[in-house]
Design a protein around this ligand. Structure first.
Ligand SMILES: [Fe+2]
Ligand SMILES: [Fe+2]
Length: 375
């Protein structure tokens, strides 16, 4: 930075010369002018931090000069150097905030220097405050900008994540479906059985008013309820005649085998017990398996699935019989309500069959994953 500059304005040349002499060694650039107009012209060429003006001068008074400097160079520090006779004018000017300090003639050399030093410091301080204000204003703007950007980014990312999550859930359900279809394919008579049990069970869940995530669990459990049949011999599963007691024991293993197959799959952990208990009897009698649980200790999805499973099986053709009519199915449900089935689940199923009739057991229906998972 160039050396600090001070401009003295006085119509007495001797005073200007004396001031120049006095300040020769201070390291300041000392500018002088005889009158107001000259001072203004000079300042356009040589900017100064401090101006010190006499009051009584021809053409333009000191107060007039300083107020026009205030307009053109607002940052400049303005002072007056004046005799006692012009004191009143100078005091007025100070009171109006025009002037930083007043120096009286004749001046004390050291005081004058000290006052000038203060004026330069004052200028530097004001400048620094202005600079800091500017910096903080710019930083604020930048921060606002960053905030806006960040909000947008977070919104975009959240949307992308939600979409990815949705894709993953759909892929997950499709994978489970493929597995269920593989199980059903072991026997041409049970093709589509698992999907339909899942659909019937999910409709029951909705009718009961279960929360969405539980309905999803009910559907998935329905899809997977017979997955353990993978571990049962095909000859037993596809046997068209009555099963021997030994063969029946073999079939009865499928809920346990299913639970064992699903056990290691972490994201199916809440489905495992639903699969394991889908052949328990509500009254806890020995015909239920594998654990002879009773009542509410049987998971609700299992109690739902056993009803859905029974309706699906009874209404489908088998090698040894045709699918049953709905009224016969309803009679069976009522007959076993409270023993094999949870009466509440039977009521829900009867309501659905009443409302939907034969369309409830349509063979080609599939669970609409996209509609269901739509957020
Ligand atoms: Fe089963
Ligand atoms: Fe089944």
């Amino acid at each position: 930075m160039s050396e600090p500059a001070v401009l003295f304005v006085d119509d007495e040349v001797n005073i200007l010369k004396a001031l120049q002499r006095l300040l020769r060694h201070e390291g300041w650039n000392v500018l002088t002018a005889n009158r107001g107009s000259e001072a203004l012209a000079l300042l356009d060429q040589h900017p100064a931090q401090v101006v010190v003006s006499d009051q009584r001068m021809p053409e333009m008074s000191g107060v007039e000069l300083l107020s026009s400097i205030r307009q053109r160079h607002p940052a400049m520090v303005r002072m007056m150097l004046t005799g006692y006779t012009e004191m009143n004018v100078a005091v007025d000017a100070i009171n109006q905030g025009e002037i930083f300090r007043l120096i009286t003639k004749p001046w004390n050399d050291e005081e004058l220097k000290a006052t000038l030093r203060q004026a330069f410091d004052h200028y530097a301080l004001k400048n620094e405050i202005k600079r800091l204000n500017q910096v903080s204003r710019e930083q604020n703007l930048r921060l606002q900008d960053m905030n806006r950007n960040l909000e947008g980014k977070v919104r975009d990312r959240t949307k992308q994540l939600a979409e990815k999550h949705q894709e993953l859930r759909i892929a997950y359900v499709q994978t489970i479906r493929a597995l269920a279809e593989a199980v059903d394919a072991k026997d041409s008579y049970t093709r589509g059985h698992s999907e339909r049990v899942g659909v019937y069970a999910s409709k029951m869940g909705r009718e009961i008013g279960l929360p969405k995530e539980v309905i999803e669990r009910v559907y998935i459990s329905g899809l997977l309820h017979d997955v353990g049949k993978i571990g049962v011999r095909d000859a037993v599963i596809t046997k068209p005649d009555r099963l021997t007691p030994e063969e029946y024991e073999e079939i009865k293993m499928h809920p346990e085998i299913g639970a064992r197959i699903l056990q290691p799959v972490e994201f199916l952990s809440d489905v495992v017990s639903c699969v394991r208990h889908h052949h328990e009897w509500y009254d806890g009698c020995e015909r239920g398996y594998p654990d002879r649980l009773a009542g509410d200790s049987i998971p609700l999805p299992s109690r739902i699935i056993i009803v859905a499973d029974t309706v699906e099986a009874m209404t489908s053709d088998r090698p040894y019989r045709k699918g049953m009519q709905l009224d016969a199915v309803e009679r069976e449900l009522v007959k076993y309500s409270g023993s094999q089935f949870d009466p509440r689940c039977v009521d829900v199923m009867l309501r659905l069959l009443e409302d939907e009739g034969d369309s409830f057991i349509k063979k080609d229906q599939k669970f609409d994953i996209h509609a269901f998972l739509e957020v």
